[in-house]
Design a protein around this ligand. Structure first.
Ligand code: PLP
Length: 276
């Protein structure tokens, strides 16, 4: 089991994190989760774009070139003989005595690991149940920060209601899932929240929008109210680990029962073609 620490691939028990890491004190860091299929990272360039963008938005300098990062990711995958799974990458701002005011003199701390993770065939076929709840997060959800309290509270709430995922709304307007983006289909048109500060612009979201347009579907990136969920023809969530997963019911602030429909299946097929 090998992990990444700065520019080195180490045995897991050789690697350590400083007690004064700002990630530990403040959640002052960013991350990415990249899917691998048969040992090959999927949409790596897009993930790296977002990684560098998140850093920039937080006034952090990753202090590592893209080429070096790609090489380290590939070494991590091959050292671990990873086939189908995920690569987790994280950068925190660095090590400093605890102080809200961050210094610009400290060096970022890069860590990474991999995990095997099979594709979720069962739920991708049969669909999942969603729990609709309030979005209590901050106003920079476009940054992929490791500070995920609003997301994890919502996810626990959903699990306690026997739902697979939480979907959130701000004052009645649907934003996204706790770790996914939400799409709905009405009259052959795909609707999803626009990529503003209120959601994370998912890489899978971006891929699906492209595939939908190629398939001749209308794509409308507009925020919609929660009531619309009850009249959707189809709905699905997207994420790196869940790919395109249909929604079969919604509970909580709205009640809806939804069929796993043909357009969702068509997009899943297009996605399968892309990764194979
Ligand atoms: N929205 C949030 C809040 C997330 O945490 C994630 C992924 O974990 C997503 C959306 C989906 O993003 P991606 O498709 O890049 O995995």
């Amino acid at each position: 089991d090998y992990v990444l620490k700065q520019h080195d691939i180490l045995q897991r028990d050789e690697a350590s994190i400083d007690f004064n890491d700002r990630g530990y004190h403040f959640g002052d860091g960013i991350y990415e989760v990249v899917r691998t299929y048969n040992g090959t990272p999927f949409a790596l360039e897009e993930h790296l774009d977002r990684f560098y963008e998140s850093a920039k938005k937080l006034d952090m300098d990753l202090a590592i070139s893209r080429e070096t990062l790609i090489s380290l990711i590939n070494q991590l995958i091959s050292k671990n003989q990873l086939k189908t799974g995920i690569v987790y990458l994280q950068v925190t701002r660095g090590v400093q005595d605890r102080n809200h005011l961050y210094s610009r003199e400290i060096s970022p701390v890069l860590t990474g690991y991999v995990a095997s993770l099979d594709r979720k065939h069962e739920v991708m076929q049969n669909g999942i149940d969603l729990w609709l709840t309030k979005d209590v997060r901050w106003l920079r959800c476009d940054i992929k920060t490791i500070n995920l309290l609003g997301n994890i509270m919502a996810k626990r709430e959903a699990a306690d209601q026997d739902c697979h995922e939480a979907i959130m709304h701000r004052d009645g307007t649907v934003t996204e899932g706790s770790s996914s983006n939400l799409f709905l289909i009405k009259d052959e048109t795909l609707y999803t929240h626009p990529a503003t500060n209120l959601i994370l612009n998912g890489i899978t979201r971006q891929v699906v929008i492209k595939l939908a347009k190629q398939a001749g579907l209308n794509v409308v990136e507009e925020a919609f109210p929660i009531d619309v969920l009850a009249i959707a023809d189809e709905a699905f969530i997207t994420s790196t680990t869940m790919e395109i997963t249909p929604v079969r019911s919604i509970k909580g602030d709205v009640d809806a029962s939804i069929h796993v429909g043909p357009l969702t299946k068509k997009l899943q097929e297009a996605f399968n073609n892309l990764i194979s």
